[in-house]
Ligand binder design. Sequence first.
Ligand code: SF4
Length: 237
Amino acid sequence: MLYLIRELRQAYRLMRASHGHLHWWPASSPLEVCLGAILTQNTSWMNVERAIANLKNAASIDPRHLLRLDHSKLAALLKPAGYFNVKTRRLRSFLSVLVNEFDGELDRLFAGPTHQVRERLLGIHGIGPETADSMLLYAGGHLSFVIDAYTKRIFLRHAWCPAEATYSHLQAVCVRSLSHTPRSARLDYWQDYHAQLVMVGKEYCRKRQPRCERCPLRPLLPRSPALPRDCGGGVRS
Ligand code: SF4
């Protein structure tokens, strides 16, 4: 475990030195972060931005205004994000809970211990662990490490986790290894750590033909000739 802790902390130093601080999540309000976290499922961020721009042009980013839009109108606005009927249902479920149970106040939705708020979010239709943790970390100010498919691919290729590692396993490893910073600085650290992994996943650690030669994590590649491994796919909960 000590070896893994050293590797994961060094990974951040390398990624940060290469990319600088990434100031993720790109949104102008916590509600926009939440909407983006739902819309980004199975699509690129560029498509999410186009859908959010449509929402902003058609209605203010206010939970009550958005909830008043009927399904077909909202679906048309979300079309650039793909799977727009599914995402419309998910967005409306989230907005409905926010408006009807928390008076439209995100501060109230996010109030309480992290594990309780996480359970609350996971109880909403269409919100899984990655979406809930993204909302908690980037909109709610909660220490909830986000795991995604890029994280798992990078961890596997560096032999930092077994092939069968689940979302909870990977999250527990990250929390145990990356809690050394003072609590006041940890939110920013975890926010940027996830952003750095996403950047590495997009730019270098591609599903096929990873670009190890230019990647900041190259010094941490294991010596095994079997690596890097070709390992796409998502992360089981
Ligand atoms: S591209 Fe290569 S060096 Fe970079 S994270 Fe992936 S496996 Fe590691």
